[in-house]
Design a protein around this ligand. Structure first.
Ligand code: 13P
Length: 260
């Protein structure tokens, strides 16, 4: 039997943008623009700042919107003396579906390690949510020919000790650091090559079935203008979008890649 096709997932990582009023307005605009055909073809998630989550949840649930709520980060413990941190249990209570773990900004600016990303991935799964595990190389690493080594190491570490069935349902986002917020996008061929490497690492650690099912996003200056080509690659199943997810029309333009 042929394996089920992977449903594309387009995720908007708002980073530290939009207060809760702006968040409500953006989700309402998005829903106004997106139609049933879009939702039939593509899964969509939005990842507002923590302070917006409850407001956005209320809008999504009041209108039964087919948009998944996402978070940008969490701690791996359920509770405790961790000033400023947010528990995965609290996110689950808000009906959060996806949680980003190991974004390069968390790794580079806030010292998140591979081990922390692995613990978070397990905690997110334990609460019935789906991790979006990020990986990606710096420009120096790319120029030194170390991209595959860096990305493979990050993926292996993130998946360590997670069983194959759980791996098959999660999402991995390949985000070359030099392409984030710079307007520089990896060429579709380069992005495809690294995403194929990611899938082969998943096959190695969790088996062929998990590798076939896991969804791999590309992130880094994705826009409507480059989305069709990127999403057309065999190992790219979606996009993790920063800047272009902050404006409803721009984000909807990316979701509409499915129209070709
Ligand atoms: P940009 O789309 O702004 O490059 O950001 C990508 C990103 O980091 C999404 O997580």
């Amino acid at each position: 039997m042929a394996p089920a096709p992977r449903r594309p997932l387009i995720s908007g990582n708002w980073k530290m943008h939009h207060n809760h009023f702006e968040a409500i307005s953006l989700v309402q605009k998005l829903q106004y623009i997106l139609n049933d055909e879009d939702h039939d073809a593509v899964d969509v998630s939005v990842h507002p700042p923590f302070t917006d989550l409850r407001s956005v949840q209320t809008v999504i649930e009041a209108d039964d919107l087919p948009i998944a709520l996402g978070a940008q980060h969490c701690h791996w413990e359920d509770k405790g003396a961790f000033t400023g941190e947010v528990s995965p249990a609290f996110l689950a209570k808000l009906n959060v579906t996806y949680v980003i773990a190991g974004h390069s900004e968390r790794r580079e600016l806030f010292g998140e390690t591979d081990d922390m990303v692995n613990r978070k991935a397990k905690a997110i799964l334990a609460h019935g949510m789906t991790p979006i595990l990020c990986c990606g190389e710096t420009l120096e690493e790319r120029e030194a020919g170390a991209t595959d080594q860096k990305v493979s190491g990050q993926v292996r570490a993130a998946l360590d000790g997670i069983d194959a069935e759980a791996v098959s349902g999660l999402v991995i986002a390949y985000e070359p650091i030099w392409a984030i917020g710079t307007g520089r996008t990896a060429s579709a061929d380069d992005a495809q090559a690294v995403c194929a490497t990611v899938r082969s690492v998943v096959a190695e650690v969790a088996g062929a079935d998990a590798a076939q099912s896991v969804r791999i996003q590309y992130g880094g200056s994705v826009k409507a203008a480059n989305a069709v080509e990127l999403m057309g690659q065999p190992d790219i199943d979606g996009a993790l979008v920063g800047g272009a997810s902050l404006v409803a029309e721009d984000f909807a333009g990316i979701v509409r890649f499915h129209q070709g």
